[in-house]
Each structure stands twice: as structure tokens, then as C-alpha cells.
Write a protein that binds this ligand. Structure first.
Ligand code: GLA
Length: 403
């Protein structure tokens, strides 16, 4: 849903659903046009939001994501010549390679190819295939369009070649594909949310045990609104990997004295004060943010269970503060958007979402106030940042499925 939200939210949501369906149809039309035959099957895999628990997944902590109503669609069919032929409707671009020659490509095809490569490396017997790709997850907006492509691809190939892979294993394959073919040492959250998402529910995922719980997400008159900065600053990937290393460094220092500590999930502020603070101030701040954030997820979940959305919102603002000041993965555009809604009584919570350095803020906004707020924020954003704002509502939907 581009630009402003109009007054008639219901009709806008219906439009969204039509856009969704049309993406599903477009992918099959493209398949037939490009490959000259009918596809065998079509898979839908959604983007995700994360309510709270940022940069906690690769620290064995908790996250609270959900799959949304913006998704990637793939249509696939077999080939008999051992080749992989891909087409992206979004980029109007094709890519072809022999199955035996798959390498990272540095473009949209890399996410599909990374999955194929993982399947081969794990001994699954796949043959050549055609795949067309389309969707309406905004790219570079922190909504995990790449995880959605990976989950859609692994799900589709699993069906097409009857590989019998369980969902959790598919999530791990998708994560490994991202790490190896795009070089971001991501955690498991994005793929897990895309694959396991459930309509109307957030997923409380323990990233250490991988146990999870669906929690009804009832906002009582409030909606999830995403404000897209429309920026993605350079070096976001290397900064992400660098944060991960800083967390590992902190754990290594603590472990010298507390051998049972294997991740920041096991660490306390006291341990950080004692064993990290004196060594490196930056590593200390990074680790402290993570330890506090893991705790915030639990506090936020308690609030959600009590239906206390204002209390949940307070935790979201605190997360943003930590991401911006201690973890330093925000940017002036994200900070501007969070500051702009901070004292607005129609916004219960707001924060930057995802890896950082651009993308979206997630806001809990009173339904009647969405249009007016969006217009005001967009005006200020244009004025202060010389950039256009894009707004989206996010509705929580089911995860990856066959259409
Ligand atoms: C990106 C990664 C996730 C997670 C978030 C930050 O989206 O892919 O694994 O680490 O950043 O919470």
C-alpha cells in the first residue's frame, strides 16, 4: 500500500487483498510467458514484522515476529536438462545456470540459488527447474523480502521434488542460504516468521531452544503502521556482522570466568559490568543492549497477555532508544520518524525494525488517526530529510503455503 492511507480503511484493506491475489496470478502468467508451459505449483511466502526483540535472535534470545499480508510468490516446474532458469517479474530480468554451476550472483537470483545450493549440499536430489518470482514485499524496507524468497523457494522445491523436508529444517536451509549467498550472518527470526506465521498471532520464539508459542495479537482499535524511510545506508551488512562479532567477544570475556555462559542469553548485567566494561566500552554497550532487550521481550509479552498495549508500546520505545544509542544501528531518518511520534497520544509504541541503517519504523497507531498522522509525518519527513515517506499497514497473516 503505497503513499498515504485513505479515509476508507476497509476499502483500502480490500484493495490490498486484491493486490495480493494479483501478485499470485502475475507470477503464473509470467511463468507461462517466459517458460512456455504451465507451472506445476505456486507458493506464497510472506514478509514479516517484529514487534520487539531486535538483534536478539543470534544471541539465543527471544523475538516476537509475525508474518504479514505482503508476500513473495514463486511458480515452479521441472526441467529435464539439469539447468535452472529463473525470472523475476519485479526486475523484469532472467537468469540461467546449470545446477552444477550455482554460485552467488549478487542480485535477486542469489536468494533462490542459495537455497538450491543448500539442498544439493545436504544431499537432497533435485533436478533442473524453472522458477518465476513476484511479490509485493517492499524491497530494502526491513520486511525480510529475501527471507520470503528463500522460504518460498525451499517450500516450492520441497514440494516439486517430494523431498520430505520438515518446516523447521526448511527454515534452517533458508537461513543458511542467506548467510552463504548474501554474506549476512543473520539469525533465524525472519525465516521462522515467514514459514511459521499464523493469522492474527505473533510468535514468541525462543531462539535457543527454538520452542515457540503463538500469542493472539489484539490491538483493540490500534493498527500496525510501517513508515518506510526509503533509505538503506551502505555498509548495513558489514555493520550487522560486526555487531554479531562484538556480542561474541563479550561472551568470550565472560566465559573466562563463567564457563557455563554460551551466549548473551546466559549473561547478566552484573557479568557485563565485571568482565566486559573494563575491557571495551563499545562491546559493553552492545552487549548491555542485548541483555536488556531479551528482558524487554518478556516484559512486553506479559503486557500483551494482560491486554495492556500501552505497556507494550513503552517497551517498543525503549527498544528504539537502545538500538539507537547503545547498539548504534539506527540512522537519522529512523530516529526522526520515532521522535516525531513519541509524544503523540495516538501512537502507543514505535521503533526502528529489523537489522537497521534504514528500512521501516513499526508503529502502533489508533485506527482513526492513521491518515492524519501519516500525512503529518510525511510532510515533516520531506521537509527535514528531503525524502518521500512511504506508509504501509501490516495485517498479520499465515506463513508459507501452497496456493
Ligand atoms: C535482520 C536479520 C535477523 C535479525 C534482525 C535484527 O532482519 O535477518 O536475523 O537479526 O535483523 O533483529
Amino acid at each position: 500500500m503505497e503513499a498515504f492511507l485513505n479515509n476508507d480503511l476497509e476499502s483500502k484493506y480490500n484493495t490490498l487483498i486484491q493486490v495480493e491475489n494479483s501478485a499470485g496470478h502475475k507470477v503464473t502468467d509470467a511463468y507461462r510467458d517466459v517458460f512456455g508451459s504451465a507451472e506445476t505449483l505456486v507458493v506464497r511466502s510472506p514478509g514479516r514484522v517484529n514487534i520487539i526483540g531486535e538483534h536478539t535472535d543470534y544471541n539465543d534470545g527471544f523475538v516476537l515476529p509475525a508474518a504479514i499480508d505482503k508476500a513473495i510468490y514463486v511458480a515452479v516446474g521441472k526441467r529435464t536438462d539439469g539447468r535452472v532458469h529463473l525470472f523475476s517479474a519485479d526486475f523484469n530480468d532472467s537468469f540461467e545456470v546449470a545446477l552444477s554451476d550455482i554460485q552467488p550472483t549478487g542480485n535477486w537470483a542469489t536468494y533462490v540459488l542459495g537455497v538450491a545450493r543448500q539442498l544439493i549440499d545436504r544431499g537432497h536430489s533435485i533436478e533442473g527447474f524453472n522458477l518465476s518470482l513476484d511479490g509485493n514485499v517492499p524491497i530494502g524496507a526491513g520486511l525480510s523480502s529475501s527471507a520470503a524468497v528463500e522460504c518460498a523457494t525451499v517450500f516450492a522445491l520441497n514440494e516439486l521434488f517430494s523431498l520430505g523436508i520438515e518446516k523447521l529444517e526448511m527454515v534452517k536451509i533458508a537461513q543458511k542460504a542467506e548467510q552463504t549467498f548474501s554474506g549476512v550472518m543473520c539469525g533465524i527470526m525472519d525465516m521462522f516468521a515467514s514459514m511459521f506465521g499464523k493469522k492474527g498471532h505473533v510468535i514468541k520464539l525462543d531462539c535457543r531452544s527454538l520452542e515457540y508459542e503463538f500469542k493472539p495479537f489484539k490491538l483493540e482499535g490500534f493498527k500496525i503502521v510501517l513508515f518506510n524511510t526509503n533509505v538503506k545506508h551502505a555498509l548495513a551488512e558489514s555493520a550487522y556482522n560486526n555487531r554479531r562479532q562484538q556480542c561474541e567477544q563479550g561472551v568470550a570475556w565472560i566465559k573466562e570466568f563463567h564457563p557455563q555462559v554460551n551466549s548473551l542469553r546466559d549473561a547478566t548485567i552484573g557479568m557485563l559490568d565485571q568482565h566486559v566494561a573494563g575491557k571495551d566500552e563499545i562491546v559493553y554497550r552492545r552487549c548491555r543492549y542485548v541483555v536488556e532487550e531479551i528482558q524487554r521481550v518478556t516484559t512486553a509479552c506479559d503486557a500483551l497477555e494482560k491486554g495492556d498495549i500501552p505497556a507494550l508500546g513503552i517497551q517498543m520505545f525503549a527498544t528504539h532508544e537502545g538500538l539507537s544509542k547503545m547498539y548504534e544501528v539506527s540512522c537519522k531518518e529512523l530516529d526522526y520518524l520515532v521522535d516525531a511520534v513519541k509524544d503523540n497520544k495516538n501512537v502507543l509504541g514505535a521503533r526502528m525494525m529489523g537489522g537497521g541503517f534504514g528500512g521501516c519504523t513499526i508503529n502502533l497507531v489508533k485506527e482513526e488517526a492513521i491518515d492524519e498522522l501519516t500525512a503529518a509525518i510525511a510532510e515533516g519527513y520531506k521537509d527535514k530529510m528531503q525524502l518521500a515517506l512511504t506508509a504501509h499497514t501490516a495485517i498479520i497473516e499465515d506463513g508459507t503455503r501452497l496456493l
